[in-house]
Design a protein around this ligand. Structure first.
Ligand code: ACO
Length: 326
């Protein structure tokens, strides 16, 4: 028995922030951002939108594709570190919006790897009880914790949401074939938000305002991202008895086009099998993989029987990969 993705959905805020807009805000250029990251524009929430509104819209689309009613859900897992509130969880707010009152709901904090962590947890529940239907969300609203005066980070991030409904696969050979999650916390401070937690709560005296935003030593993080994304991809391929040449679609975390290209090259996966949409949305953390997966499904790139590799890396550091048969 396998756990399979029964439906996908995504939702992006309408407001677009282009590289040209950023040129007016910080000392940067479209040329620098494009060549260093591959990003041309990103989406930013409006006053009327929130983490839970984006996540709810993505969830509704995934439920519609899966032809599952909200009350049939047993489990809602939201990969995020930017829910609406400190308490309750974002997953509970989505549950309320959907009226999915029969589910257990919780958030899972694994930064950019949140969706893959969530999918891995859901897989275990379904293997334990094949009747379980789970909604796994990867959503992030990074704009409020982005330092719009720091050119080294503000050009990279965006807001967005993706989701997948997961349940028992129709056939043994359809669904998740292998999953693996891991973390390396030894260099956690290369990518963090120091303030706003219980250690440095909001309004604590003496904490500079920059501490409440994402801080990242980008060039250091880059090396770890390439290393762990390759490593974890090889682990799941080996677990399932496949090699990189068997993959039909590689859907990596969209943090930087150079990271994506380097990982694909190291694995020997040709460019035409790599799904990339970073130019439109930037790095939406836990949302990049489910948004990319949903786009690849809806445009018809992913076909029944395809072998798909999902692969992510993020703050923590966390990393994870999933190999699945569509
Ligand atoms: N515009 C112009 N110049 C800039 C900008 C900018 N926006 N940002 C930095 N620079 C300058 C730097 O100041 C530096 O100048 P200097 O040489 O005079 O000191 C120069 O450009 C090079 O800076 P680097 O940081 O070395 O540039 P790099 O090629 O490494 O690219 C980047 C930076 C895009 C951040 C890259 O390192 C990266 O993508 N890192 C990984 C990000 C990632 O994967 N994060 C993990 C997931 S995110 C999450 O978990 C939430």
């Amino acid at each position: 028995m396998t756990a399979a993705i029964l439906g996908t959905g995504s939702y992006l805020p309408k407001k677009v922030l282009t590289n040209q807009d950023l040129e007016k805000m910080v000392d940067t250029s479209d040329e620098w951002i494009t060549t260093r990251s591959g990003i041309k524009e990103r989406r930013i929430v409006s006053e009327r939108e929130s983490w839970s509104s984006l996540a709810t819209e993505a969830a509704k689309k995934a439920l519609e594709m899966a032809q599952i009613e909200p009350e049939e859900l047993d489990l809602i897992i939201a990969g995020t570190f930017t829910p609406d509130l400190r308490l309750p969880s974002g997953a509970c707010l989505v549950q309320n919006n959907l009226k999915a009152y029969n589910a257990a709901a919780f958030d899972l904090a694994a930064a950019c790897t949140g969706f893959i962590y969530g999918l891995t947890v859901a897989e275990k529940f379904i293997k334990d009880n094949p009747n379980i239907k789970a909604l796994v969300i990867g959503a992030e609203v990074l704009s409020p914790i982005t330092n719009w005066e720091d050119r080294t980070t503000c050009v990279l991030f965006g807001d967005g949401a993706g989701a997948a409904v997961v349940g028992k696969g129709e056939k043994k050979e359809k669904g998740i074939l292998a999953s693996y999650i891991g973390s390396d916390p030894t260099v956690w401070d290369l990518l963090c938000v120091p303030g706003g937690g219980s250690l440095h709560p909001l309004f604590k005296k003496g904490v500079p305002k920059e501490e409440y935003f994402i801080k990242m030593k980008g060039n250091e993080v880059f090396k770890y991202a390439v290393r762990y994304m390759e490593e974890v991809a090889r682990i799941v391929l080996e677990k399932a008895g496949y090699s990189p040449k068997d993959i039909d679609w590689f859907i990596p975390h969209q943090a930087n086009i150079r990271i994506i290209n380097m990982v694909a090259k190291k694995l020997g996966i040709p460019q035409e099998k790599v799904f990339v949409n970073i130019e439109k949305y930037g790095n939406t953390s836990a949302a990049t993989v489910p948004i990319a997966l949903d786009e690849a499904v809806r445009v018809g790139f992913i076909k029944p029987g395809n072998l798909i590799l999902l692969d992510a890396f993020g703050g923590g550091f966390t990393y994870g990969a999933i190999l699945l048969r569509w």
